[in-house]
Structure formats: C-alpha cells, structure tokens
Design a protein around this ligand. Structure first.
Ligand code: MN
Length: 198
C-alpha cells in the first residue's frame, strides 16, 4: 500500500465559514480539489526518490520544474488558507503593526499597496508580505508557484491571485476579490509568523 508522505491538513474552520469573502463552493474546489491535486502530485514525484524525507521548505528551495511547482503550490495553499478565520479582519497589533507602519507608512497604505501588487500581477500567481532577517517587510509578486523562500525571505501573508481562487465568486473582479479578504485575515496567526522572526 502506498502511503502519503505529505498530507493535507483539516481546515481550522467550516467550509462555509468564510462566506461571503470566500464561498463554500470556492473552498470545495480550491482546497478540496486544486490543493488536493498539488499534494497528490507532490507525493507521486517524491516517492522513492532523494526528496522523500526532505522537509517541504527544503524541497521548495532546491527543486525545479514540476517538483518545485507542486511542492510550492502545496505549501502556498496551506499558508494561504491558514491565514483566515471567520473571526478575522481588523488590524494587527504589536510588533507587526509597528513594522507595517514603519515600512509602509500606515496599515491602510499597506493594504492599498498589497492589493495593487496582487491586481497588477499579470496572469497567475501570488502576492506576498515577507520579512528579511532584520524584520524589514517587503511586498512582492510571484508568478505561478513562486515563493519568497527561494529569495531568502520569510513569508508572513499571501493572497492567491490565480483565477481559480476567485472566479466562482467574483468572476474577473480580482481587485474586489482581494479587497474582501481583509475581512477574514486572522491577524493573530499572521502576527505570530512575524514575531518568530527568521
Ligand atoms: Mn490557488
């Protein structure tokens, strides 16, 4: 019997809990089918290879081609879906709030720049908030499966800008889809990522 090396975790909320920002139908396709397939493909690619016992982040740093794509997409979606909560929204506090104000001027300016970066990415990909080793924050765009880990940055928050992330709910209205995600971002989780530093 084949074992799954990487497994898909249970979401920490009900499939309808993020509506209307993300509908139950989108969760069922995006998490239930797209992410499931990335993890299945990742397992097929690593089984009985040198990659089998490697942590997922190390695979992302070292792999190319289909293995990189599936490993990174598997990681990115877990990171994305675990950034949300039905009790989310509002603003961060503590160290992350201070760093956002320091590096972007204000929380509102950060949100504006982040959505602009996500909307301005041509084609499929992700918009990221990451930190360097000194805690400085950066907003970056990444095409397809890209992940800032490969640039030596530590991801703090990401929004998925692939059409599969929003088309069922928002059709072509990417900016609106991204803007609604602020209502469900779990800043407690996101702030803890930052406080861990690198
Ligand atoms: Mn996606």
């Amino acid at each position: 019997m084949e074992v799954n090396i990487f497994t898909q975790p249970e979401l920490p909320y009900a499939p309808d809990a993020l509506a209307p920002a993300i509908s139950e139908e989108t969760i069922s396709y995006h998490w239930g089918k797209h992410e499931k397939t990335y993890i299945e493909n990742l397992n097929k690619l690593v089984r009985n290879t040198q990659w089998e016992d490697m942590p997922l982040e190390e695979i992302i740093r070292k792999a190319q081609g289909p293995l990189f794509n599936n490993a990174s997409q598997a990681w990115n979606h877990i990171f994305y879906f675990f950034s949300f909560s039905p009790d989310g929204g509002g603003e961060p506090d503590g160290e992350l709030a201070d760093a956002i104000k320091r590096d972007f001027g204000s929380f509102d300016e950060f949100k504006k720049l982040f959505v602009e970066a996500g909307t301005g990415l041509f084609g499929s990909g992700w918009v990221w908030l990451s930190q360097d080793k000194d805690g400085k924050l950066f907003i970056t765009q990444g095409s397809n499966a890209a992940n800032p880990i490969t640039d030596g940055l530590k991801p703090i928050l990401t929004f998925d800008v692939w059409e599969h992330a929003y088309y069922l709910d928002y059709q072509n209205r990417r900016a609106e889809a991204l803007g609604r995600l602020w209502d469900i971002v779990d800043w407690k989780v996101v702030s803890e990522r930052y406080s861990k530093k690198k």
